[in-house]
Design a protein around this ligand. Structure first.
Ligand SMILES: O=C[C@H](O)[C@H](O)[C@H](O)COP(=O)(O)O
Length: 247
């Protein structure tokens, strides 16, 4: 029996359906992670099967790799691809500048590596992800397991000097043990409520030795495709990207 789609599923699928139209034969694609990106992979698989579209996919997580393989999307690693034409991925929040919070599904590090190695990054999301100011969604930060409690304390101390409203953080758990990313790291979720200066915060986080990467994607997305519950989608271009196509 076919699964009944929720309003959110319809909106996510609408965004993915619009984004999959951007794919042309011969493209090397970056494949995002999460429930919205999964719609894109599914619709891409459909085009491959029905139109004989020739593309390669570079997955940003083991989850996406499994899904794409099942749907018949030919997979290559980022190093095999060398560079990507287009990456399509979801987001937990995005603002008018197309600054994103990502990592709710724990894949932020590979997602960022893949996105910056792409000529074009398109974010797909339902309209609930669009915010005026980032920060209601806890900011994921990927950290090294060694000394993680010390790293957590340093991060929280650093937050005292940042333009944010909350300063607590929690180690992400998977049942009774810390959640471990595909790259073997932990994730700290920062409960900031409001991020006044994403660039400042991102720089300060990444300057801490135990921090591997944070979930703020700044000037990486070129376009957002926003899906709506009535099964339509609208697009938003990034306002402030330089002329240079490559990130
Ligand atoms: O780590 C996960 C990714 O950044 C996802 O793209 C993000 O969490 C959005 O996921 P979803 O489309 O399921 O809301």
């Amino acid at each position: 029996m076919a699964k009944t789609l929720t309003a959110a599923d319809i909106a996510k699928r609408a965004a993915a359906r619009e984004a999959v139209k951007l794919v042309e034969s011969g493209m090397r694609l970056g494949l995002g992670t999460g429930s919205t990106a999964a719609w894109f992979v599914e619709l891409l698989g459909e085009r491959i099967r029905e139109e004989g579209l020739k593309v390669t996919g570079t997955p940003t997580s083991e989850r996406t790799a499994r899904l794409a393989a099942r749907l018949g999307v030919p997979l290559v690693t980022l190093d095999e691809a060398g560079w990507l034409d287009l990456t399509v991925d979801g987001a937990d929040e995005f603002d008018a500048a197309l600054t994103l919070i990502k990592g709710g599904g724990g894949a932020l590090l590979q997602e960022k590596i893949v996105a910056v190695a792409s000529d074009r990054m398109v974010v797909i999301a339902d309209e609930t992800k669009q915010v005026e100011t980032l920060g209601a969604f806890p900011l994921p930060v990927e950290i090294v397991p060694f000394g993680w409690e010390t790293t957590k304390a340093i991060v929280e101390e650093m937050l005292e000097d940042m333009d944010v409203d909350g300063r607590s953080s929690t180690l992400r758990m998977a049942k009774d043990a810390p959640y471990v990313t595909d790259c073997g790291h932990y994730i700290l979720d920062l409960h900031l409520r409001r991020i006044g200066d994403p660039e400042d915060l991102s720089g300060a986080l990444n300057a801490i030795p135990g921090v591997v990467e944070n979930g703020l994607f700044i000037e990486i997305a070129d376009m957002a495709v926003v899906g709506h519950e009535d099964d339509t989608a609208t697009t938003i271009e990034a306002p402030d990207l330089t002329e240079d196509d490559e990130h």
